[in-house]
Write a protein that binds this ligand. Structure first.
Ligand code: ATP
Length: 352
């Protein structure tokens, strides 16, 4: 199996007055796993369905390895798809679910069964071939769905929120397994999710969609550390918005002067975006701040600190420090990394 290059070019799709895709441009490289991330309704599923052939764009093209497949019927496209849930045929056992596409293509039964068994082994389920969907857990059903999607050796794998119906632990295990499998097969994969952690942990690159358009596409670290817009910064993790004053290549925020890289607004008044992990909190009887909330998360704790002027800031501190930073503790805060983004001032505050 080798992966195809997929291009979305100027895709537009409208449903009545709703604009689902508003000129989406995106190229997915061969063998790449790209996550389409964005809030509900931003057009992620519609983009995937245009690639699978379940949806026709009003304008624009979908290209696979340079060939325009926009008008090719779904059953003649070289794509395997896994949906959120309940997509297995309930009246077929796991083996026959996996072998379904091969049966449609008239593959002889013996070969079909052998191949289905091979695929079930590949997804870690060597012993469930005879079981029906209702006899499988949610995680097992999604593994079978994955095996079924891979059965016809597609050159593109499309995953539409395949893990969102599963419980947290199974979700994390399956994330890792899907990624490992995808890398070993080298199959170009597009993964739709609204879960930023899922997107960042699995993908080679993450495409953030907003209102049917591409807001930014980048590898996970760049997206997190160098978001191009406040929308992206906001969407991929908790963020502090602090009022700052710009002067040349520097910004003054919370009494500290920090370097600014990348784009910046024109005026001196700026909205300075700082991640909670960039905020150092030190107990200090003389400090102007006070811890008002502490949420212990194990390895870290997230503190909400009220500052002298009434503003609040979120700070992630090591979990073992949370006892000495209990609510009511007087503290001072320091920014220990440069801001991820400095933009024009709108509203300030925190977004968890
Ligand atoms: P979600 O995460 O909620 O699935 P999404 O980003 O996948 O959202 P889409 O499912 O692509 O978004 O939908 C984009 C917009 O188009 C939404 O406003 C949706 O209601 C609308 N839409 C999608 N499909 C149809 C349809 N068949 N008929 C009418 N409206 C539709």
């Amino acid at each position: 199996m080798n992966g195809a290059r997929v291009e979305f070019r100027g895709l537009r799709r409208r449903f009545g007055s709703t604009v689902a895709l508003d000129g989406l441009d995106l190229t997915v490289e061969p063998g790449e796993l790209i996550a389409l991330l964005g809030p509900s309704g931003c057009g992620k599923t519609t983009a995937l369905r245009c690639l699978a052939g379940f949806e026709q764009p009003d304008e624009g093209e979908v290209l696979v390895d340079g060939a325009d497949i926009t008008r090719v019927p779904a059953n003649r496209r070289d794509a395997g798809m896994v949906f959120q849930s309940y997509s297995l045929f309930p009246n077929l056992n796991a083996r026959d679910n996996v072998g379904f596409g091969m049966r449609v293509r008239k593959t002889p039964a013996a070969r079909r069964h052998a191949r289905a068994q091979e695929l079930l082994e590949l997804v870690g389920l060597p012993d469930v071939g005879g079981r029906y969907p209702h006899q499988l857990s949610g995680g097992q059903q999604q593994r079978v769905a994955l095996a079924r999607a891979l059965a016809l050796e597609p050159r593109v794998l499309l995953l539409d929120e395949p893990l969102s119906a599963l419980d947290a632990k199974v979700r994390v295990t399956l994330r890792e397994e899907i990624r490992r499998l995808q890398l070993s097969l080298g199959i170009t994969t597009i993964f739709v999710t609204h879960d930023q952690e899922e997107a960042l942990s699995m993908a080679d690159r993450v495409a953030v969609l907003r209102d049917g358009r591409l807001e930014q596409v980048a590898d996970p670290a760049t997206l997190y550390d160098r978001p191009a817009t406040p929308f992206v910064a906001e969407f991929v993790g908790a963020m502090n918005h602090l009022p700052g004053l710009l002067s040349g290549d520097q910004v003054t925020v919370l009494g500290q002067t920090l370097p600014v890289e990348g784009p910046r607004p024109a005026g001196p008044e700026a909205d300075v975006l700082v991640r909670p992990e960039a905020v150092l909190v030190v107990p200090d009887g003389e400090g102007e701040g006070m811890v008002v909330v502490s949420s212990f998360r194990g390895s870290t704790a997230r503190l909400r600190v009220r500052l002298g002027d009434g503003a609040e800031v979120l700070a992630d501190v090591p979990g073992h420090d949370s006892a000495r930073l209990a609510p009511g503790t007087a503290v001072r805060v320091r920014l220990v990394e440069r801001p991820v983004l400095v933009s024009a001032r709108t509203a300030t505050g925190v977004t968890a």
